[in-house]
Design a protein around this ligand. Sequence first.
Ligand code: FE2
Length: 377
Amino acid sequence: MLSREENALLTRVGPGTAMGNLLRCFWQPFALASELPGADCNPLRVRLLGEDLVGFRDTSGAVGLIESKVKAVTYPVQERGGVLWAYLGSAQDIPRMPELEWTHVAASQRYVSKRIQVCNYLQNVEGEVDSSHVSFLHSKGAAPDAAGIQDLRSTLPDYMARDRAPRFFVLPTEYGMLIGARRNAEDDSYYWRVTQFLMPTYTMIPVPVGAPVSFTAATPIDDENMMGFTVTWHPDRPLREDEIAQIESWLGVHTEVDPVSFKPLRNKSNDYLIDRALQRSGRSYTGIRGIREEDLAVQESMGLIFDRTIEHLGSSDLAVIAMRRRLLEAVRALAERGETPYESRMADAYRVRSAALVLPREVAWNEGAAEALVATM
Ligand SMILES: [Fe+2]
């Protein structure tokens, strides 16, 4: 449970707010590069951290971002990994871009999507760092759907269904934190899902070692709206056709959006096209089609800005608590002492991956997973 003051500190992101100032210490992904397709293309309206801006590409193809009203301020923009990133902080103190692996691989090795989500950004980040809801919210029968596409959820190891009460472990890192969710596997082993939380709003979703990895970012548009970026990449090879077909089945962590507005097709206004008969049949916990849409339904139905003074957290919420604690520490250090968050200076430390793996019970999880968590680029 948070105090009213803490909840406001974490969720208010506009100009002059403490969290707005913290987020302005980091590069923010704000558009797909394809939204500004070429030199002298049409400009793009962008609302970012409560500011109305205009993105453009000049005659040389370089991207800029300016205030839409007075046009006095120009913010630095970089194009990396098919995404446009802006830095809205102090011009005297521009950090390096985080060296995320997917921003360095060939375009054929990654799939990038963007969606608009109608809620405060923090509700999305809380969902991403929480590994325990997966056993419930995303549980589903094992049958492939009518199109014959294997549902991502049916490939989750049985351990997820058998042990629905994972124990959480959190370790601070130079870029944020490492979150280990431990479930029982066999008598002598545990199934570990290791999520990365990277400051300020990024995560990496646990996947089996060797499979494509997924990254998420939650960029605040303003207090009550956000842009969600999801990237799936393979470190060593182009994504296969079947992997792209899996992504574009929209059953997983990418969701189908309107190509202009980036609004999810299955959204709050149409009840996420929930199928009550499917839900009643027991083949789906929610009756909602995709994993991302199930998350959207939960995160948006909590209200535009969830009131965390009335929540009841338990031991399975350890990761949520730790993530919020780090953000609160960083917000206060900046607001009260002018200290820039150290993570914003650790560009090279962002060369990491997430992992899901079975380890012998006597092996320390962070050591057993260490090799899988390093990006080898
Ligand atoms: Fe989820």
